[in-house]
Design a protein around this ligand. Structure first.
Ligand code: HEC
Ligand code: HEC
Length: 205
């Protein structure tokens, strides 16, 4: 009886789980060891990608589940970026989940009374359904944009628009934006607080 109930329950739970994700709750302690080399770029504030030049994304406070999805996209070539391909190739989904748990740390969450900073750009009206007016992704699969580097957001949107990132959802939305829209929206989301942050380097003991 109990077994039957549990079996039925696990079917229900599984049907709510996003497909293709082995396990969204990784082990941060294991992740800290695996992600050591990642800190050389992701734990240095304002560290820049060499060419083209834009700042390396902030990962702290991001949804861990989204980080796993993005790593899978570099590994399978949906996102074309030579360095991140090299850093994502060869890892398993479980190792991604462990690294994501460590790199993301505590989630950015909006206080109940938070008001957006500045005026929502006209062209961002459609974005808020998933990224919020405060830039906080409304599900664990939708990235938080609040306080992300503006030049990185511009780069990402340009890549969705031009095909360097192949994503069915974002390709459509970014395709409608002009270069000017991309600049204005990126500046808006980069200004929102509370904010994503650069990963902390674990202190040595
Ligand atoms: C040489 C510098 C460098 C190293 C080392 C590096 N990264 Fe990155 N990472 C980048 C850059 C640059 C980007 C943005 C790439 C793009 O434009 O899509 C990025 C993007 C990411 C993203 C996507 C973030 C988002 O908001 O979509 C994740 C997740 C990530 N890196 C995790 C890692 C992990 C895990 C490692 C180690 C295994 C690592 N990185 C090593 C430079 C680096
Ligand atoms: C239906 C939900 C949805 C809507 C609406 C939407 N997005 Fe997204 N957005 C996503 C998802 C899912 C991703 C992750 C795609 C991937 O895996 O690369 C994403 C990724 C992004 C990223 C990359 C973040 C990073 O860390 O690399 C930016 C920037 C972004 N969206 C901006 C926008 C803007 C601007 C709009 C409006 C013009 C918009 N989005 C509308 C779901 C949405």
């Amino acid at each position: 009886m109990v077994t039957k109930f549990l079996a039925a329950l696990s079917v229900v739970v599984a049907s709510f789980a996003p497909s293709g994700l082995a396990q969204s709750t990784g082990n941060a302690e294991r992740g800290a060891k695996l992600a050591y080399t990642c800190l050389g770029c992701h734990a240095i504030p304002n560290y820049k990608n060499a060419y083209p030049s834009y700042r390396v994304p902030k990962l702290r406070g991001q949804h861990a589940e989204y980080l796993v999805l993005s790593l899978q996209a570099y590994r399978n070539g949906e996102r074309s970026h030579a360095t991140m391909y090299a850093n994502a190739a060869g890892w398993s989904d479980e190792q991604f989940a462990d690294m994501a748990a460590f790199l993301s740390g505590p989630l950015v969450k909006a206080p109940v009374t938070a008001k957006p900073i500045g005026k929502l750009p006209e062209a961002a009206q459609t974005c808020v359904a998933c990224h919020g007016t405060d830039g906080i992704g409304i599900t664990p699969q939708y990235p938080t944009l609040a306080g992300q580097h503006a030049d990185y957001l511009e780069r990402a949107l340009t890549d969705y628009k031009k095909g360097g990132r192949k994503n069915a959802i974002m390709g459509g939305f970014a395709g409608q934006l002009s270069a000017r829209d991309i600049k204005v929206i990126s500046a808006y989301y980069a200004a929102q607080r509370p904010s994503l942050d650069t990963v902390n380097r674990p202190t040595r003991r």
